[in-house]
Design a protein around this ligand. Structure first.
Ligand SMILES: [Ca+2]
Length: 383
């Protein structure tokens, strides 16, 4: 899932949602690259030894050519094995079976004919009965785990449910690209036509390396792991670097399995937000009213980065009411465009910003929040 959307403070022109929706949204919003997940080392984590494909899941065979036809790949493997402390024979054997996939190279490029951003159209994809019902089932089934995660990490159950729903429809769409092919392609053949090709290729090279280390450490077969075309894995669509840094064993079975353990996925999403400074009890956003005198240039300049105190927000002509007037932290004026119609605006808090650390898009964040609310209502109203 990707689009061309602003994230000015990050210097990104194009944003990407990682996951199952990539293909669906490639048509609607220009696809690019970019993943919200940051690099890092940290706790020891591992891939499940056996990654079982979802029953009945179809693994489309993506057509490609042998990745190691490129001499750079084997030269890299030579250099990388000692640096990554990987068995050279294992690394060579693994990379010899990796495929360069032209479809992946296409998917990371911005659309040649971008469609105007349209929050209403975007929203309609996620806030709909099938996803809300699936979310309510997930919530009821995992209620005790969600409550435990809320206690442990301070992140509301609804937000965790919203994320897993937007990312993979509660595990129904976790992606069918072999990780080794997706990451191998982007690590060595990231399309030059992309405006940030050099930087993105380096990012994916690092993700590939972390994926290989993760596989080797846990004894998992790297050729059996599948995910999005951009290399995101499991129910929460974690990139390898996020898996290494933020994934947790939340069902206590001694391993981290973001594919087969909803509990590990729930704990890992909550831990991710805790790491990105989720503020327990703080709303994500408030309604805001604007008028002809509102100083839009100043208010829009920091984009989604919360910058303005309540007093400063109001002084610049952005009206707030009720509990928003007592909000303790900085706010951002969030603009959601509606195609040819007038944009929608909200006042985003630090927690709105935290959701955009999962995926650098205010449209994504708003979809997560609204799905979270819709599922919470459904669970309340028909327990
Ligand atoms: Ca586990």
């Amino acid at each position: 899932m990707q689009f061309e959307m602003p994230s000015r403070h990050l210097g990104l022109k194009h944003l990407t949602l990682v996951g199952c929706l990539c293909t669906a949204f490639a048509a609607l919003y220009a696809p690019t690259t970019a993943l919200a997940k940051k690099h890092g080392s940290g706790q020891s984590s591992q891939l499940a030894k056996t990654v079982k494909p979802r029953q009945g899941a179809k693994h489309a065979q993506h057509k490609g050519t042998a990745l190691n036809e490129d001499i750079h790949v084997m030269a890299w493997a030579q250099e990388a094995a000692p640096r990554l402390q990987l068995d050279p024979a294992w690394l060579h054997k693994t990379m010899a079976q990796a495929q360069r996939l032209p479809v992946v190279e296409k998917l990371v490029l911005p659309s040649p004919s971008p469609v105007a951003k349209d929050w209403a159209a975007y929203r309609a994809r996620f806030i709909e009965p099938t996803r809300i019902q699936a979310g309510a089932r997930f919530w009821r089934k995992h209620q005790a785990t969600l409550e435990r995660a809320e206690q442990a990490f301070g992140v509301p159950a609804s937000i965790v449910v919203g994320i897993i729903g937007v990312e993979t429809l509660y595990g129904q769409n976790t992606g069918n690209f072999r990780l080794i092919d997706a990451l191998g392609t982007l690590a060595f053949h990231f399309p030059d036509a992309h405006p940030r090709a050099v930087e993105r290729q380096a990012f994916f090279r690092s993700e590939l390396e972390q994926f290989l280390q993760l596989s080797a450490r846990s004894g998992a077969d790297p050729l059996s792991v599948r995910g999005s075309y951009a290399g995101a894995m499991g129910l929460p669509q974690f990139m390898p670097s996020s898996w290494v840094k933020y994934a947790v064993d939340f069902d206590g079975d001694g391993r981290i399995d973001l594919f087969g353990s909803p509990a590990d996925a729930i704990g890992s999403v909550a831990n991710y937000f805790k790491a990105f400074q989720w503020r327990t009890g703080m709303p994500t956003h408030y309604p805001v009213s604007l008028n002809a005198q509102t100083d839009m240039d100043t208010l829009m300049a920091p984009d989604i980065l919360p910058t303005f105190s309540v007093a400063s927000f109001i002084a610049k002509g952005a009206g707030l009411e009720g509990s928003a007037l007592a909000h303790p932290g900085p706010l951002a004026l969030i603009e959601l465009r509606n195609g040819p119609n007038a944009p929608s605006y909200v006042a985003g808090t630090e927690n709105f910003y935290a959701i955009t650390r999962y995926n650098w898009s205010s449209y994504y964040a708003m979809a997560v929040i609204e799905l979270a609310d819709a599922v919470a209502r459904e669970v309340r109203n028909s327990p």
